[in-house]
Unconditional design. Sequence first.
Length: 471
Amino acid sequence: MPMDYKQYQAEVTADIEQVLGAAQCQPILFVGSGFTKRYAGGPNWEQLLTNLAANCPLIDKDFAYYKQAHAGDLKKIGTVFSELYREWAWGKGKASFPPEYFVADARGDSFIKYAVSELLEGLGPNAKGSYGSPELDAEIAALKNISAHAIITTNYDEVIEPLFPDYERIIGQQIMRKGYLSIGEIFKIHGCRSIPESIVLNEMDYQRFEEDHKYLSAKLLTYFIEHPLIFIGYRAEDPNIKAILYDVDRMVRAEFQLVPNIYILEWNDKLTEQSYPARDKVISVAPDTNIRIKSITASSFEWVYKAFGQAGNLEKINTKLLRALMARSVELIRTDIPKKHVEINFQQLEHAVESGETFANLFGVTSLADPSKVNLDYKYVLTGVAQELGYKTWHKADVLIDTLREQTGFDMKASDNKYHIKMKMGHKSENWTHKYTDAAVDLLRKVDTGEPYDLDTDLVDAEKLDEQAAA
């Protein structure tokens, strides 16, 4: 049977499914400038420098001259352009830059980085929300359905953020100060246009980046080893890819064996129905050091994104709450417990960790796999709560819930928690019912009688946890 592109797609999709299943975790997306170029018409690094040259009168020669003069080293060209932008800004170009840049302690390369941020402003879909064509819009829709564990990018632009709005953006050196890595984060390791001074552009920037590279790699290497990883918008020869793969090779000692969980996605508009591209690629990451990773070649990326979406969907999971929960857990382990700010029942904890479900209960996480257990715990509708409190109709119980909110700021009905759950009834989305537990009855009885009560805020106040995580 002759091999063709449909067979290639089926085999690649099956391989991705197998890797995702074996890893039992979500993939990592590593996004480069080709992504922005494809979906927003943005520039790659050389095109960005070319645009910068056109906007500065003191850069008076064609970009080709500077590329020739500096042997194609774009970092050196970035350094030269940084100096020329500074000279122009302090002369006739002063009106083009913010006044706070014109102080003695401001960095000299602030001007060109501000110009970069201006050039990249507003990249994204058009006024109708389209990324250029129905085909590209379909790709974006498929990409958004990938529940990525994290996204890493060397891009300065802000094209990726709106596609994953619940993810936390971490820019440049902020990753060094982050005590842990969580789920749902966008790491902008070369900076972002939203903070121009964070942008990595010239020789000095790259020197600082290289000094921090070992620590950055140590932070991220666990991601690369444990999770499926796909490079999107990079050429195989890109130095960013080579640096990452060199670290991976040193960690796993691949010795030219295929690294099973790392893919590179490359575009080829010359594919035909009879095409069967190579399934792997050899990349030279250092002198006498090569590494083999999996290769995916496509003219349309929709089927590739759909394949990586097979890991499952996290859309109903509050990624902000997951990050907040991890932040609080880390704080307990690193600070509160060692300093004896809290008391820990280690016997109970030891028993809990022996069972995944029991351990989850420590965080207020309950399995909903058994509907009978839900109905057993959440056994009252609001009328039933009122009757338990000695009233005939639901209205008084509703008033007590409002009173609790006024006293504490906690709205019992606003979320699923130990007191209340919102359950869908039937097939229509508008058919919902609110159910309550004995804990809700006890709490509202104390509100009704004016007795002191303890509200389990650590369990139900997700907003407070979010604030702790952000801090």
